[in-house]
Design a protein around this ligand. Structure first.
Ligand SMILES: [Zn+2]
Ligand SMILES: [Zn+2]
Length: 232
């Protein structure tokens, strides 16, 4: 089975996306396990940076970031993917007053993007259930938590996904939401003027388009070990 990604374009789905999600009580609940598998599958798709449970119509406080962050904060290269990271019941601990304006996209707002001012650093604390492999290698079968300070793009991704858990979407922070076509034209113009910020280009390509996801559903199992890097 696979879940549908809810979008703001559908009135009913938009209402669901705007709900505040509840704490996860039992990560071992069969429904929660299926949800985790589905989020994992979506994160494995090239171009997807992360997903939050409410985007799949499940109002629980879980989000995932696609592989690329190791526990020492390093970022993997494209050749060797790190496992996707799961965050259960994340709590905001703090964030930097310094922020950066950059483009964000969202699977729930297909084919669009917009500039969002987001903190350069964000610290959160989250539950790491005993039943799953701990990314930091904590063993002993105990429920525990992690606290970590994310920086740069990852800080933005964490803020974006945390927002989803409270029924917020990046477009709430934007003065203007652009279509992908408008963004491409803006980038071309900026490139021509040599004013392009490479970070913007990276960010806008971070979330796959809906059509890419649809394509993925059709050719799911068995999952390929390595997928070609998406050029969007
Ligand atoms: Zn999103
Ligand atoms: Zn852990």
């Amino acid at each position: 089975m696979s879940y549908k990604v809810y979008t703001v374009d559908n009135e009913k789905e938009n209402r669901a996306l705007r709900r505040k999600s509840k704490r996860v009580q039992n990560p071992q609940d069969p429904e929660m396990i299926i949800l985790r598998q589905e989020m994992d599958r979506i994160c494995n798709h090239p171009g997807v940076a992360g997903i939050a449970a409410p985007q799949l119509g499940k109002p629980v406080r879980i989000f995932a970031l696609s592989g690329g962050i190791d526990t020492s904060g390093g970022v993997s290269n494209n050749k060797r993917r790190l496992p996707n990271l799961f965050f259960y019941n994340p709590r905001l601990i703090g964030y930097s007053s310094e922020s950066t304006k950059s483009i964000e996209g969202c699977l729930s707002v297909p084919e669009r993007g917009g500039y969002v001012d987001s903190p350069n650093e964000i610290t959160i604390k989250w539950d790491c259930p005993s039943s799953f492999t701990c990314p930091a290698g904590v063993s002993g079968g105990k429920n525990h938590f992690h606290q970590y300070t994310f920086t740069g793009f990852h800080a933005r991704a964490v803020r974006h996904e945390m927002d989803h858990l409270d029924g917020m979407i990046y477009i709430d922070h934007c003065e203007k939401v652009h279509t992908n076509q408008e963004l491409e034209a803006m980038f071309e113009a900026a490139q021509a003027a040599e004013k392009v910020n490479p970070d913007d280009l990276m960010t806008v390509a971070e979330e796959a388009t809906k059509s890419e996801l649809e394509g993925m559903k059709k050719k799911r199992a068995p999952r390929k070990k390595k997928e070609p890097a998406s050029t969007k």
